[in-house]
Design a protein around this ligand. Structure first.
Ligand SMILES: Cc1cc2nc3c(=O)[nH]c(=O)nc-3n(C[C@H](O)[C@H](O)[C@H](O)COP(=O)(O)OP(=O)(O)OC[C@H]3O[C@@H](n4cnc5c(N)ncnc54)[C@H](O)[C@@H]3O)c2cc1C
Length: 419
């Protein structure tokens, strides 16, 4: 594929290194470790491209989908991890290929506003946020960040806003997060596009199947994000060359190679990678529902990020405002609350107090602890190290070079192109 065609296909993902062994595509049989979105997408895209190749996908738990899971109780529907996707044609292509087009819709226009709680005041994120950060300081920091290896705190010289952003994406504060990893276009990490940004954007926009997303919008699936992993699971079960094994943990790529009698180059590791300098962080997710009249003072929007660690919650997402499909019974609104364990001791009373302060003093119609999620870490310098790393097998997924589902889905297309 030409350089321009690759950039139109994958966009800014082209800046991220692909940690794939050259010999993977020459394998007779490959073993994919991890049955999250990444493992499933890689199995699907490779199996489509090479119907004769034997693909074994091994997952340690008894279900596929990884961190993606949707909770429901009657008409309340809430995702435990990702709830919507940012714009990327690879995700739109996947939705179309899985026959989910009818169930995939842009988010509501009334839900575009995002706020950051600064002190006791909500600041709406907009072009004016630049003035809060300080345009000159920002320009200087951007210039410095292009050397690479900096933290997000160094790139965005306004600690609360930088923290809000990183807490919202990777559950930790900005000094612990690699700027090249989170914003490779801003730091100009990796290769640059072979054509002007505006012209690339035009071509990418013209490549979307289904519908072209509007600037700043997200899109989601009826029934929550688990609709996607369920459709992928169904598709994989119907493919003759794919074997799905659940309930089996593989200790290492070497163990996978030896158990399934393949060379190490034939192993694709999609499970999170645990290394000495990469601590995992945890957060609890709560679903909270109110009657409309009890939260009428809360503007419709996407949600609020809360960098101040005196609050146990780091973010409130307005689930029923955002999605086109229904997430709450008539006359009610659903909010999802993210609680990093770095600021919470497990006492639910503190969450209830914080809900009273930040949402409503009225009794909620729903208060549900949905469970704990574990997030990989990406410390400053992470991407520089990654691009110089020598690898024993192939590594993909959010444990490798990108955190979002658009990264994970697009990366599977990039991997399959090598076959
Ligand atoms: C709370 C939360 C909110 C999020 N919000 C967003 C968002 O708004 N937008 C966005 O784009 N992304 C978001 N994400 C990230 C998104 O969910 C991930 O990018 C994506 O789901 C990662 O998929 P994966 O397959 O790489 O990893 P995982 O889902 O972690 O899958 C890895 C799989 O490997 C299995 N496994 C682990 N070790 C082994 C082993 N040794 N042997 C066999 N199997 C093993 C695990 O059980 C798991 O099923 C969010 C994530 C969380 C947790």
């Amino acid at each position: 594929m030409s350089d321009i065609a690759s950039w139109v296909q994958h966009g800014v993902e082209m800046r991220r290194p692909l940690l794939v062994k050259e010999k993977l595509s020459q394998s007779e049989k490959i073993v994919i470790v991890g049955g999250g979105l990444s493992g499933m997408c890689n199995a699907f895209r490779i199996a489509q491209k090479r119907p004769q190749m034997k693909i074994i996908l091994v997952e340690k738990s008894n279900r596929l989908g990884g961190v993606i899971s949707t909770w429901s109780d009657g008409e309340w529907i809430c995702d435990l991890a990702v709830n919507a996707t940012r714009a990327h044609p690879a995700f739109w292509r996947l939705v179309e290929d899985l026959g989910l087009s009818q169930h995939f819709k842009p988010s509501r226009k009334t839900a575009q506003s995002r706020w950051v709680l600064l002190g006791h005041k909500k600041h709406r994120l907009s072009a004016l946020t630049l003035f809060k950060i300080g345009p000159i300081r920002l320009l200087r920091a951007l210039r410095k960040a292009k050397r690479g290896g900096e933290s997000v705190a160094a790139l965005l010289p306004h600690k609360p806003i930088a923290d809000a952003l990183t807490l919202g994406i990777v559950n930790t504060t900005s000094e612990h997060v690699d700027a090249d990893f989170l914003m490779p276009s801003l730091t100009q990490f990796g290769p640059s596009p072979p054509l002007k940004r505006s012209s690339l954007k035009r071509r990418i926009n013209a490549s979307y199947p289904l519908f072209t997303p509007e600037k700043g919008s997200v899109a989601s699936l009826e029934g929550g994000m688990e609709s996607l992993t369920s459709a992928l699971h169904k598709q994989l079960k119907s493919m003759d060359n794919v074997t799905l094994i659940t309930g089996q943990m593989l200790e290492s790529p070497q163990a996978a190679a030896s158990q399934f009698d393949v060379p190490l180059e034939s192993v694709l590791w999609t499970a999170p990678v645990v290394e000495e300098n990469r601590t995992l962080t945890k957060l609890s997710v709560f679903a909270v529902g109110f009657r409309n009249e009890d939260v009428a003072h809360i503007k419709h929007g996407y949600g609020t990020l809360i960098p101040d660690s005196s609050h146990p919650m780091s973010g409130i997402l307005h689930e029923s405002d955002l999605h086109h499909s229904k997430r709450a019974p008539d006359g009610h609104r659903l909010f999802r609350i993210m609680v990093p364990h770095s600021r919470w001791d497990g006492d639910e009373r503190k969450i209830i107090d914080s809900i009273e302060t930040n949402l409503s003093r009225k009794k909620p119609s729903l208060f549900q602890n949905l469970g704990v999620q574990t997030i990989p870490s990406y410390p400053p310098g992470y991407m520089q190290e990654l691009s110089q790393k020598s690898i024993d097998c192939s590594y993909v997924g959010w444990g490798a070079s990108g955190v979002s589902i658009t990264h994970v889905v697009d990366e599977a297309e990039r991997v399959a192109e090598l076959f």
